[in-house]
Ligand binder design. Structure first.
Ligand code: ADE
Ligand code: ZN
Length: 388
């Protein structure tokens, strides 16, 4: 790729809207926390073979599909026990984000899984929240979004003993902390759990006045994107790739300026199915539909999803810069495409109108400065410009 475009992407101020904080837990930190807390991380679901090192854990980050990833992701989370563990994980992410010029981030957390691991709702929430406050001091603003796990029921059957909290119980807990929770999402295995299952809890969640969103069209068909709009009445769609299978839906999303938070490395590493009829998988970033989405006028943007798990070929974490660089390279994106992606993220964020204006101005100023620099490079040549 053109060096100027690479540098432009690296230094560009970025907004992240789709990041599972537990998916930012790097293998080294997961392993360290597990050792500290006396937790064994297992290679298999049956919990018979332990991982012996962080390297072994990292080497296991090869997935055929979403479910294989989720199985390991939930096991990785068991290393988190104390409020400080949640703080440390979140701070590690924010430090990385800042180093990549992410200036605003909207992150998910999965309290139902932590509660199943015996961790109080408040332990996870307070640790993450404290780090987000410190992150703001570092210059990274944020929103915290509580996700419901779609493999758990909206309401648990009565009289059945269980370790988990259902979605309604979790929403009740969240309602006690609306000063720290900025919205509600829906994640985990998608295909077996259509949006309609969560109609009532979404209706209740919307009464808080906070924005709601849902993963849709990642593993599920285009109808799940439609149902997330019609039944859950979402303000943003996470992923949304399969909307492309229905022209009328695409037009509706364009007309409604609906944000789609697209995650390229996640799609690649999870062998995203691009065509259900022929079972065609996304096995090369050159097949990624993000350029097509932009050309159709969709408000799509780029995010990292679970950056510690969806790594580059060189083994680096797949954070924001890695995702932008990968699609820019594979799809030959122009600088205008990159700026459109960054602008779409600002526009479809849950920042206040004033904050959005400020971020847009910051992006415009950055682009203009890059123009001036490029003109200078063209005049004097690259080498002289670099040493000037
Ligand atoms: N939880 C964490 N990452 C996820 C993804 N990509 N899809 C659904 N649920 C998730
Ligand atoms: Zn996600």
């Amino acid at each position: 790729m053109d060096n100027a475009l690479r540098k432009f992407i690296e230094d560009m101020p970025k907004v992240e809207l789709h990041l599972h904080i537990e998916g930012s837990l790097e293998p080294e930190l997961a392993f360290k926390l597990a050792q500290k807390n006396g937790v064994t991380l297992y290679k298999d679901k049956e919990k018979t073979i332990p991982f012996e090192s962080a390297e072994e854990l990292k080497a296991a980050y090869k997935f055929d599909n979403l479910q294989e990833f989720l199985d390991l992701y939930y096991r990785g989370m068991s290393s988190l026990k104390t409020e400080q563990d949640f703080y440390d994980m979140t701070m590690a992410y924010l430090t990385k984000a800042k180093s990549q010029n992410v200036t605003h981030t909207e992150i998910f957390f999965d309290p139902q899984q932590h509660m199943e691991n015996g961790i109080a709702f408040e332990t996870a929430l307070n640790g993450i929240h404290r780090a987000l406050k410190d992150g703001e001091e570092m210059g990274v603003t944020s929103k915290l979004i509580m996700s419901f796990l779609r493999h758990l029921p909206e309401t648990a059957p009565e009289g059945v003993e269980r370790a988990y909290k259902d979605a309604f119980e979790t929403l009740e807990l969240a309602k006690q902390h609306l000063d720290k929770i900025d919205g509600f999402g829906l994640d985990s295995s998608e295909a077996p759990f259509p949006p309609a299952i969560f109609e009532r809890v979404y209706e209740e969640a919307r009464k808080t006045g906070k924005p709601v969103m849902a993963h849709a069209g990642e593993e599920g068909p285009w109808e799940y994107v439609r149902d997330a709009l019609d039944i859950l009445k979402v303000d943003r769609i996470d992923h949304g790739n399969h909307c492309l299978d229905n022209e009328a839906l695409v037009q509706r999303l364009v007309d409604e300026k609906m944000g789609l938070t697209v995650c390229p490395y996640s799609n690649l590493r999870l062998n995203h199915t691009t065509d259900f009829a022929t079972d065609t998988k996304l096995t090369d970033m050159k097949q990624h539909p993000i350029k097509k989405m932009l050309d159709l006028g969709l408000k799509a943007s780029i995010h990292s999803d679970d950056p510690a798990y969806f790594r580059t070929d060189e083994g680096k974490g797949g954070y924001m810069t890695e995702n932008y660089l990968a699609v820019a390279e594979a799809l030959n994106l122009s600088r205008d495409d990159i700026v459109t992606l960054a602008r779409n993220a600002i526009e479809t964020s849950f920042m206040s109108p004033e904050q959005k204006t400020a971020k847009t101005q910051e992006l415009d100023a950055y682009t203009q400065r890059a123009d001036v620099f490029q003109k200078y490079v063209n005049q004097v040549g690259g080498e002289q410009a670099r040493t000037a």
